[in-house]
Design a protein. Structure first.
Length: 951
């Protein structure tokens, strides 16, 4: 027997760059013979989540095809490591069912009949329709709606070049509540925790296993832990992340802010806060609360006022609200105080996305950072804008003049992003129509709540004139499109990306691998679809060409933005677009490339990523630039202004840049909230979520002490709902799946393909001795779904949970649509607004050119829960509040696994009840929205005023 070799220095961690042109491995299939395989390795960027990790495509020199994907060691954020979804890209590109050619509907919309068309016809059709809409001043009828962006800035630029306010996103079902909590403090709407250097890490969601910036963050959380950091996880569910924690705090959903404020009180009462930081870097002098005005008062008086204001947040109160033990709250608060400036945290989805008022946990969490002075510090909380780099292209269009109320309606003036998930209801209310609608890597019928309302909208040709689904895979939404346009995966397209993954700034370059390789060999292509499989294209070239199709002679002023910066009047190429950026907009890249005798574009094609800087701490303390200082003045509140615009703030006698908030400091007190009709939330607060026990009692007609109708919508159960009332957590991610895009990945679906209902044993008993595998019927406010139970102690009693990402379905058995991940269903309309779905069969083996599809052994595709959820727009942030109040019972004799029923009339009524809680614009001065709050594809300032609505 061969002795086990402990010395592994003969093994490679990742292939070194100098061997990328000819990397040799033995062919595993030829074993035990040693047959060499030769690969060329080409870097690109993963497209399977927002993290943008670096991939290396291994192109087999013998076949010219990509054989596998591994990590790119030169990528500064992912450093050669990937999660399961990165290597699974190989399944996506080789899926025998993938869409290879542009398709056009040939029967009624939703009828499932398609014929192949050409890209030229697509461009001609859309170009003409959009041109006519623009000429008739109907620009707001053209809308681009994105699910997974996977790029930075290119679409904002494209739509502004068209002069329209037409950018819609998925953010309001994803993260907009957390964003408001963060941006009120420091303008940047995302955190960038420096996990690797932290001493204490607090996560309010499952970031170690599946959360935001998953792989880059996970490796740094572990680094922090290996260096001695403690980890605390606040999550009602024992996630894999919680199982790795020193403290698991299973809080009742929606009570997280109460726990965080109790921690803040421990730090305040024990006098363990960083007084110098709070004094210098918060806007404490503006605070007004409970009759106390800080202006002119001492800092000590402010601290006493805060203690009085938060007095009710004792550890015991927080325990009563949340279920987290008071002693754990005290202990973790002290650990946070001890970590001081090395306290890192992350909150993104989880409590923020689940709950009404989900922005308050982010606001309360930031109070802990302000108190510990852990903002902008090594091991602390950084701003996303400090750790993300978005270089600008050669020429940018001016902001659009119009404001589209289908995107930013008056009811939610503080929403951080477009009110995207309400679009079907807006159209139903007659607020507008769409002439040309582009959905891009976006499947609202399946990922959004209330998917049947989306079907009703999409199939209505009066409401949606022409719909193109730009997508790498089939989806439930694409089924209701007029055109299905195949767009590339990670190795089939260009994009430039950056994310706030660690304490540094980087850019990553996604590239079409086969095109790049063939061009290296001297072959020429006009378009990427000529090198990709079939005629799979990429969006960059599609939008450039569509812009030319809309404005062929340049007379509309659109074409100019898509002309080459090097060849006047000629069509811009992707090489020119990115080449210009790399040469001119990325500090240091030109020099780094020159050292290797390369042009910047060649450098990025060779390495796939570039680290721009690691000088990212305490950027608020940078001195105001001399040019800004000259001619500036200092206002009474210390803000330094020049020509009416803030450029900095005085701190300790020095003019420094500060934060982009109105006070240029961290805003402990938000005058914005007070001015925009929510004065009770000017400070970080806790108020109860829509699924709080008091709301549950009210829904059952029981006495509901503390049910506050100012904030909580009343739940009205459909007539036939039965069973016990629970809170359903529907949004936790499985680490292996990717919303719709993993549907054609055999590696990933073999790992995960079930989404049973998690039930605590206490509740299983209450429900009639439910056992794992029993069928349960879950009633929402608008319908029900039927699925299996999984009895587990990994969840707090009173709460049930069902994972997102599963429950894909297809209407047609024959069509080659995601057959390894979807159930074949019978979908019927029952009267007006009634929708009934029953599974005819689950997943079955099937015959394709890939022999593995015959070996598919699983039959479960999961159950589609989201489609049974009504929309819940948070009255302040507009975010869809995902958690559901549900009634759970044992399934009845006639119920079958996967059964679904929904009444869209009820979903419209729920929408109306939630909308009534909002406090609409105008705000001060007739504004639609505060001027200082950012907006995607921001229009010109005049459009922010309601009186200029028709501008
Ligand atoms: S975390 Fe996984 S899915 Fe996301 S970009 Fe990285 S490798 Fe891809």
């Amino acid at each position: 027997m061969t002795e086990f070799k402990r010395d592994r220095s003969h093994l490679s961690y990742c292939p070194p760059v100098e061997k990328w042109d000819d990397w040799v491995e033995y062919d595993a299939e030829a074993w035990p013979r040693r047959v060499e395989k030769h690969y060329q390795l080409v870097p690109t960027i993963c497209f399977n989540c927002e993290s943008a990790c670096g991939l290396l495509a291994y192109v087999d020199k013998a076949t010219g095809q990509v054989a596998k994907f591994e990590g790119n060691p030169k990528h500064p954020a992912s450093r050669g490591r990937l999660c399961a979804k990165g290597p699974a890209t190989i399944n996506q590109i080789h899926d025998p069912d993938r869409i290879l050619y542009p398709m056009k509907r040939s029967g009624p919309r939703g009828g499932g009949k398609w014929t192949r068309t050409s890209w030229d016809e697509v461009l001609e059709t859309f170009g003409a329709r959009i041109r006519k809409a623009f000429q008739e001043n109907r620009g707001e009828e053209v809308m681009y709606h994105v699910g997974r962006p996977g790029y930075d800035f290119t679409m904002e630029r494209t739509l502004q070049a068209w002069g329209i306010d037409g950018h819609n996103s998925h953010t309001n079902i994803c993260s907009s509540s957390a964003r408001l909590g963060y941006l009120l403090w420091h303008y940047s709407d995302r955190p960038s925790p420096d996990h690797a250097n932290a001493r204490f890490i607090l996560l309010l969601s499952a970031h170690l296993e599946s959360g935001h910036y998953f792989n880059p963050h996970a490796q740094r959380i572990i680094e922090g832990k290996m260096a001695g950091a403690k980890l605390a996880v606040m999550d009602p569910r024992l996630s894999n992340t919680a199982s790795m924690a020193d403290y698991w705090m299973p809080s009742y959903p929606g009570t997280e802010a109460a726990v965080l404020l109790a921690m803040a009180m421990v730090i305040l009462k024990e006098n363990r806060f960083d007084a110098t930081f709070v004094k210098n870097w918060t806007n404490w002098e503006e605070l007004e609360v409970d009759g106390f005005r800080a202006q002119g008062q001492s800092f000590e008086a402010l601290i006493e006022a805060l203690k009085r204001h938060y007095a009710q947040f004792t550890p015991e109160f927080a325990e009563k609200e949340s279920g987290v033990k008071a002693e754990v709250i005290v202990k973790t608060a002290r650990e946070i105080a001890t970590a001081g400036s090395r306290f890192a945290s992350h909150l993104w989805r989880g409590s923020a996305s689940g709950n009404l008022g989900g922005w308050q946990p982010a606001r309360a969490l930031m109070l802990l950072h302000a108190l510990t002075g852990s903002v902008g510090t090594p091991g602390g909380h950084n701003l996303n804008a400090w750790n993300k780099f978005v270089p600008r292209p050669f020429k940018n269009p001016p902001p659009q003049r119009r404001w589209n109320e289908l995107l930013y309606p008056l009811e939610w003036p503080l929403c951080t992003h477009e009110m995207s998930f309400l679009l079907p209801h807006f159209l139903k209310e007659g607020r507008g129509r769409l002439e040309a609608y582009f959905t891009r890597v976006f499947n609202p019928v399946w990922t959004y709540p209330d998917g049947f309302s989306w079907i009703e909208m999409l199939r209505d040709e009066e409401k949606v004139g022409l719909h193109a689904a730009l997508t790498p895979t089939w989806s439930e939404t694409a089924w209701f499109a007029d055109y299905v346009l195949p767009m590339g995966f990670s190795s089939e397209r260009h994009d430039l990306m950056s994310q706030e993954s660690y304490a540094g700034k980087w850019i990553g370059f996604r590239q079409p691998v086969l095109r790049v390789l063939q061009e290296r060999e001297g072959k020429k292509f006009d378009y990427t679809y000529q090198a990709n499989p079939g005629e799979v294209w990429e969006e960059d070239e599609f939008w450039i060409n569509l812009s030319w199709a809309i404005d062929p002679d340049g007379s509309m002023g659109i074409r100019q933005w898509f002309e080459s910066p090097y060849r006047p009047g000629q069509k811009l190429t992707v090489d020119e677009y990115y080449g210009w950026i790399f040469e001119n907009s990325v500090p240091g890249l030109r020099e780094a490339a020159a050292k290797e005798g390369l042009k910047p574009l060649e450098y990025m094609r060779k390495y796939g990523a570039y680290e721009v800087t690691t000088d990212v701490y305490k950027l608020n303390e940078k001195p105001v630039a001399a040019a800004d200082l000259s001619g500036s003045k200092v206002e009474a509140n210390g803000v330094v202004t020049k020509e009416g615009k803030a450029v900095g703030v005085m701190v300790d006698g020095e003019a420094v840049v500060g934060y982009n908030t109105p006070s240029r400091k961290l805003e402990l007190f938000s005058k914005t909230m007070a001015d925009w009709k929510w004065p009770e939330f000017a400070l970080p607060e806790y108020y109860r979520s829509h699924i709080h026990r008091s709301a549950q009692a009210a829904s059952m007609g029981n006495s509901a002490e503390d049910f506050d109708p100012r904030y909580m919508p009343r739940v009205e159960w459909p007539k036939d709902s039965n069973g016990e009332v629970y809170t359903l957590l529907p949004i936790f991610r499985l680490p292996h799946l990717i919303h719709t895009r993993s549907g054609n990945s055999k590696f990933l679906y073999e790992i995960a393909h079930k989404n049973p209902l998690w039930v605590n044993p206490v509740d299983a008993k209450k429900l009639g001795d439910i056992r794992t595998g029993d069928l349960l019927k879950v009633h929402t406010e608008i319908g029900f779904f039927v699925l299996h139970a999984w009895v587990t102690e990994g969840l707090a009693p009173g709460v049930v949970a069902c994972s997102h990402h599963l429950g894909r379905w297809r209407i047609n058995q024959e069509d080659q649509i995601e057959r390894m991940s979807s159930a074949w269903v019978d979908l019927q309309e029952v009267g007006k607004g009634g929708w009934k779905m029953r599974q005819i069969s689950g997943v079955e083996p099937y015959d394709t050119s890939d022999p593995d599809t015959k070996r598919v052994w699983w039959s479960d595709a999961g159950v589609h829960q989201n489609i049974t959820f009504p929309v819940h727009p948070d009255p302040i942030t507009g975010m869809h509040c995902w958690h559901q109040m549900v009634r759970v019972e044992r399934a009845n004799a006639g119920d079958r696994y996967g059964d679904i029923f929904v009444d869209t009339n009820l979903s419209f009524a729920v929408y109306q009840r939630w909308k009534a809680l909002a406090r609409p614009a105008p705000g001060p001065g007739g504004l639609r929205r505060p001027l200082w709050i950012p907006r995607v594809a921001r229009p010109e300032e005049a459009a922010f005023f309601i009186s200029t609505k028709k501008a």
